[in-house]
Design a protein. Sequence first.
Length: 372
Amino acid sequence: MDELVLSCPCHFGLESVLAGEIKRAGKPILLVSDGRVSFTGGLRDIAWANIHLRTAERVQIILKEGKVYSFEDLFQLVSSIPFEDFIGKSDAFPVKGYALKSQLHSVPDCQAIIKKAIVSRLQDHYHLNWFEETGPVHQIQFSILKDKATIMLDTTGAGLHKRGYRKNANEAPIKETLAAGIIDIAKVKPYTVLYDPFCGSGTFLIEAAAKALHIAPGFNRRFACEQWGLFSDGLFAEERKNAIAQIKRDAPFKAYGFDISEECLELSRDNAKKAGVLPRIRFQQQDIKDFTAPEGPATVICNPPYGERMLEIKEAERLYREMGRVFERTQGVNYYIISPHEEFERLFGRQADKRRKLYNGMIKCQLYMYFK
């Protein structure tokens, strides 16, 4: 198959982090845009991206792009795509997507037109009047933004943040892909000593350990495209074998997780065990007021509670003041704190050396960085 255009959506604010992951692997970047990075590659690169990328949400093949001002334009655009190269005669091909700021604004109508165009194309190729769609799923995704339509084929299935170790979580977990991005920004290395004083379900600790030990985030899960005929030659098995060979068990990385809730600590231990990194992490029940800034080179990363109701917000503000007291300026100790509270720096007691806007789901946050 010819070289494909691959597109990976990501959290807003992590575009440069994801682009860095792709560049370091020697893949040619095509475009970095809001919440998305695209690059060129083949089938092997699809396997690599799904297994190795830490901050991508999924891996999509861009099939075609073009301006559409009418349903006829959309039909012609979609019917020109060689879907027969990907979809077998018994395969399923559901359609979903969105339309914004465009003349075609009805999503159900767009779905129907796209489905009709694909069926028409496949009918001509397979000489069938009816498609059972009982085979492997080929999820067609579309976006129509300012009259520009992008037709994509999802290769991932369940989002890449679903690593497989966190089947249970606390009430306000941070997404694994966002945690991995913050860990990249914090420059966690194989020799880093990491602390999380609000460890919750252990996501920061686990993602940091996995990065330090070079454990590929997707080596232990399956992806939708593995069921397609295109990938019957063992590409994914080979890429998993390569990923396992790259694990660095001799890395000196270690981490410490604290939480006031013993239930959260048990959850963190269980998740760390599932992820295969439990020996690298020590857990201890502790209130933030008893936290002691580590000595020597260390990194502190945390997602403190912020609350949604007034009493919860007041309690969160008390925690921020306490953090400002116990997160002492110590040579070689860096702090990375994600919070949506607009007055965090005032409550914490000092301005961040650097800030970065990020989104935790739909919540606008800032990553406050203290490293001077």
